[in-house]
Structures are given as structure tokens and as C-alpha cells.
Write a protein that binds this ligand. Structure first.
Ligand code: TEU
Ligand code: CA
Length: 555
């Protein structure tokens, strides 16, 4: 398998709005990130993936772009961006931008023109269809953010497609002018010296010509068969690779909802000339009660099955992205671990061990390295995210569900859990801002913050720092072959990694129960690389403590 820098990298995702505010307006910004580069260097990460910082009206917090080549005023100026890029490069940290090109903002100049008339030269930059009649959209598709996926526009007397909010019209990638404009913009950013792209919902860019009603899911029809992994998606990515990506040494990761290992071999195959890697979502989706909304903890059996399938099927053919958390997901320790005070730190370290010892590039979402938890939402007014605000209206205010039925589910999964301000220290607003934050700080910042954890060698922070250092020291962690053990064990996730003579044994107790474990004979004289409990690992028989995790190494 080819060795590359992006296979050996640990990537840290920053949600700029919530990372660090440098000017007291309560909104994170670029200068705030620059001021924290030494913290990230100390953690040991190699790459920063920044959620979008381009000009945007913030209907979806920057995932609705109105100018791809200007910086959002809230976040600062292009000079601030260049200062951040130079500061990162000086520290040996690369910067990956978030490329959102399945759709633009409705305030982008292309859409402002496109909506004017059918004759406008930009009309075909977006996806317009006649309604079934003046009041009925072209089909029954639903938007990810609630309501119909179609919005009527008087200027053209037609409907335009928006798989997300109505302020995020989908681009028509079948139009070669659209593709060329995007490739030119990408080249412009590469020439500035950025180090890659995370590509937002890139699996949606090619739609079928025919757009029939979809199978009903709740109030609306599903668009998946017609918009996900569409007829030309690989042609367009190969064209992007040929015209832009292949000309630079980039990390490229596709956000590909609905991807399977089979499809991933095409999107991120060693020699398919599309992308380096993809984000798959099987382990974070599919457990909903009301759509995606649930208060249930995912089953460990299901997690083991999903991760093992991806680890084995992509081995030596494509590359995995490894994550528990991002700006769209609840906090990992609350969702997959146990955020009760007695177990929070141990379970956060256990989750980190489980993920970072797998094959693939691990992504750390801001605050995950501190063991930050979900937020204690009290009322719908606490939400800032369009997805949660619309969902509460669509499921509750519509009368479909009572508040009591739905509230535990929406608060458990809301994207706003990940978007509360980074907790820097125990001063007001967790040191995130001297002003009023755009979204409330988690009240547990007094105990959970970077200042306390960087000073405590036993903190979650230092555990992540050690995991990152191990990845640099032991090639078996990056390139070793994965094999699941104890497949049917209810509470233990145990696997090995093998690279020639080197072998790792990874053992993670996903429960708050003491659990018996027998160390396989071949590891009888192995050394312990890392563990979240203070004990010797020289016994064959062990009673593992709640959320205990350790890694044995033998040569
Ligand atoms: O997310 C796409 C996507 O699949 C999410 O809508 C995800 O499925 C959902 O949020 C899970 O609850 C990308 C961005 O990461 C997200 O922040 C944007 O809202 C979305 O695209 C539209 O750009
Ligand atoms: Ca600010």
C-alpha cells in the first residue's frame, strides 16, 4: 500500500463560529484560530479542516455560500485568512478548506441572476422544473431541513431544487460552465497555498434527468435514488481531479452520505483518480426513532459490524476517514460513551483508543480532545441550528408528537450539541469570548476546559496527545491489517492490527460493568502502549473496569 502524508495525518476539525472569538462580538473568528495554533501544535495534530469561512448569510452557518472567494465578515478578512495559513504552515500544520459546491446561497450572484428569468444566462446554473401546477411542486421530495425540496419562484414561474434549506439552491453540475467556474475557484484557493478540501455532500452533485416522486418517508418522498451517487458523480470527480486536484499535493475527503464500502472504492480508490478518502455515516446514522432523532445509545454489536466491514473491505484498496464527532453530530462521549461524571473521562479515552488504533485518518472534532459533552438544552429557544429549529416545528408544533415524546430525541441528537463554544478555561464564557456568545456555553466548562486539561497529565487532552504521538511512532497503527476478535461479545470491542512482525491488541470495554478478559497467549509478553487505567498488563486473566481501554504491542 502506497505510503502518503495524508494517510499518516491526524486531522482536527474547527467550527470557526464556536472556536475562539478575538474581538468580543461573541462569534469565533480567524484571528481567534491563529491565536490558538500553539495549542493545536502542542496537541500534535497535522492538519486543520476548517468548516466554511467564505461570505455567507449564515442560513446554515456558512454552508450557504454567497461568494466563494471572499471571507465572511463575521470571521474577519482575507488578510486574516492569509495570516492564519502562514501561521499554520510555520508550525508544520496544513489547512484543508470546506468546499460546499452541491449548492450555493440564494444570495450568490449566480442565483440572483438565475431566478430573474428563463432567458437569463445563469438560469441553467441551477435545477429548475415546472410544477405539476401553480401550487404543486414538480415532485414529492422532502428537504433535509424539513418541508418540500422545491421552492416556487415568480420570476421564472418555476420551482428550484434545494435538498437543504430554501436558501441553499442546488447547482446544476450537468452544466459544464458550472463545473468550470467551480474548478477555477478551487484552483484560485490552491494557488493561495491551501492543502486540501473536505467536499460537502459531494455524493449529491449529479442528479438523474428524470425526477419522479420518491418513496414516502414521513410527510415527503425520498430523493436518494435520484440524487445520491447519481449517473455522472464519478465523471465529475475525475474531471475535478484531472483539472485541479492532480496538480497539487492535497488531502481531499468527500462527505458522501449513503456511501458503502463498494462505492468508497470508487470515490477513494488508490488508483481511481477521484478523492483520497471519504466520510461514511453508517455508524452515526440508521438508529433514529423519528427520522434521525433518537435518545437511544447505538448498539455495540452494530458498531463492531459496521467498523469491521469498512476496515476489511477498504484494506489495501481505498482509505477510511475515522470519526465519532463533527459539527453535525452530538458529542461522542454523550452518544457513544457515558457522560456521567464518574465515567466521562474514562469513556472518552476508551472511545479515542477504539477509533485511533484503526486503519484510516482519524479526525478530532474541536473539544472532543477535552471530552466535551452534549449541552443541557432547556427549551427550543436554546437552538440556533436551522435543522433543529425546523425539526421541532415539523415534529412537535405540527402536533405529530408531544413535546415529552420528542424532546429527549431532539436534544440528544441536535447538531447544536457540537456547536457550543470551545471551552478554553474556567473564566466567564469559558474564555471563548469577552462578549455574549452567539450560542450558550456549556455550564460544565468550569470542570471541562483546555487550561485545566493541558495542566493535568491524566486528562483526556493528554490521552489524545499520546495517541497522536503513537501514530507517528508505530507504522502498524497506520498500515497494519485489522482483524476483529470476540465478535459476539456484548460489551467488549477487541481487535488486532498486524504489519509484518508487529502486532497490536486493542481492547475496549464499552460498558459501565466490570468485564472478564483473557489476554490471547501470543500477547503474553507484550508491552502496553497506552491505557486509560493505572494497572500492569502482565496477567493473562483480567477483570476490566468500566470503560477500560488498553493497547498491547508485540514484535
Ligand atoms: O451535511 C450533509 C448531511 O448529510 C447533514 O445534513 C447530515 O446528514 C445531517 O446534518 C445529520 O443530522 C453537510 C454539512 O456537514 C452540514 O453542516 C450542512 O448543513 C449540509 O451539508 C448542507 O450543506
Ligand atoms: Ca469575533
Amino acid at each position: 500500500m502506497k505510503k502518503t502524508w495524508w494517510k499518516e495525518a491526524v486531522i482536527y476539525q474547527i467550527y470557526p463560529r464556536s472556536f475562539m472569538d478575538s474581538n468580543g462580538d461573541g462569534i469565533g473568528d480567524l484571528k481567534g484560530i491563529t491565536g490558538k495554533l500553539d495549542y493545536l501544535k502542542y496537541l500534535g495534530i497535522d492538519v486543520i479542516w476548517m468548516s466554511p469561512v467564505y461570505q455567507s448569510p449564515n442560513d446554515d452557518n456558512g454552508y450557504d455560500i454567497s461568494d466563494y472567494q471572499a471571507i465572511m465578515a463575521d470571521f474577519g478578512t482575507m488578510e486574516d485568512f492569509e495570516e492564519l495559513l502562514a501561521g499554520a504552515h510555520k508550525r508544520g500544520i496544513k489547512i484543508v478548506m470546506d468546499l460546499v459546491v452541491n449548492h450555493t446561497s440564494d444570495e450568490h450572484k449566480w442565483f440572483v441572476e438565475s431566478r430573474k428569468s428563463k432567458e437569463n444566462k445563469y438560469q441553467d446554473y441551477y435545477i429548475w422544473r415546472e410544477g405539476k401546477d401553480a401550487q404543486t411542486p414538480p415532485n414529492n421530495w422532502g428537504s433535509c431541513f424539513g418541508g418540500s425540496a422545491w421552492q416556487y419562484e415568480k420570476g421564472t414561474d418555476m420551482y428550484y431544487l434545494h435538498l437543504f434549506s430554501k436558501k441553499q439552491p442546488d447547482l446544476n453540475w450537468d452544466n459544464p460552465n458550472v463545473r468550470q467556474e467551480i474548478f477555477d475557484m478551487m484552483t484560485w484557493w490552491c494557488e493561495k497555498g491551501i492543502d486540501g478540501f473536505r467536499m460537502d455532500v459531494i455524493s449529491l452533485i449529479s442528479k438523474t434527468k428524470e425526477m419522479p416522486d420518491g418513496e414516502l418517508a414521513g410527510l415527503y418522498g425520498r430523493y436518494d435514488p435520484y440524487c445520491v451517487h447519481g449517473p455522472n458523480v464519478h465523471n465529475y470527480l475525475r474531471e475535478m481531479n484531472q483539472k485541479v486536484l492532480s496538480k497539487y499535493d492535497l488531502l481531499t475527503v468527500g462527505e458522501t452520505p449513503g456511501v458503502t464500502p463498494e462505492l468508497a472504492k470508487q470515490y477513494a480508490g488508490e488508483d481511481t483518480h477521484e478523492l483520497n478518502m471519504v466520510f461514511q455515516f453508517e455508524h452515526v446514522e440508521g438508529d433514529g426513532i423519528y427520522g434521525k432523532w433518537t435518545d437511544q445509545k447505538p448498539s455495540l454489536h452494530r458498531l463492531k459490524k459496521i467498523f469491521s466491514r469498512w476496515q476489511t473491505e477498504l484494506y489495501d484498496t481505498a482509505w477510511n476517514s475515522l470519526f465519532w464527532d463533527n459539527h453535525d453530530q452530538p458529542r461522542a462521549v454523550s452518544r457513544f460513551g457515558d457522560d456521567r461524571p464518574a465515567y466521562r473521562e474514562a469513556s472518552a479515552k476508551m472511545l479515542a483508543t477504539c477509533l485511533h488504533m484503526m486503519q484510516g485518518s482519524p479526525y478530532i472534532y474541536q473539544g472532543e480532545e477535552l471530552g466535551m459533552t452534549n449541552y443541557p438544552f432547556q427549551s427550543p429557544q436554546d437552538f440556533r441550528d436551522i435543522e433543529s429549529i425546523n425539526a421541532y416545528r415539523e415534529w412537535c408544533e405540527s402536533g405529530r408528537l408531544s413535546h415529552e415524546e420528542f424532546w429527549p430525541c431532539i436534544t440528544h441528537k441536535s447538531r447544536d450539541n457540537a456547536r457550543t463554544p470551545m471551552q478554553w478555561d474556567n473564566t466567564a464564557q469559558a474564555g471563548f469570548t469577552t462578549g455574549t456568545p452567539w450560542i450558550a456555553v456549556n455550564p460544565n466548562y468550569k470542570e471541562i476546559n483546555a487550561k485545566a486539561e493541558t495542566a493535568d497529565p491524566d486528562s483526556v487532552f493528554h490521552y489524545y496527545k499520546k495517541l497522536i504521538a503513537l501514530r507517528k511512532q508505530y507504522p502498524v497503527i497506520v498500515y497494519g491489517k485489522y482483524e476483529l476478535l470476540l465478535e459476539d461479545h456484548e460489551t467488549l470491542y477487541t481487535y488486532t492490527r498486524t504489519l509484518e512482525q508487529e502486532k497490536l491488541l486493542i481492547v475496549c470495554n464499552f460498558s459501565d460493568q466490570e468485564t472478564h478478559f483473557t489476554v490471547p497467549e501470543e500477547f503474553a509478553h507484550a508491552s502496553c502502549l497506552i491505557s486509560n487505567k493505572d494497572r500492569d498488563y502482565d496477567k493473562a486473566e483480567m477483570m476490566l473496569r468500566p470503560y477500560e481501554a488498553f493497547v498491547l504491542y508485540k514484535k
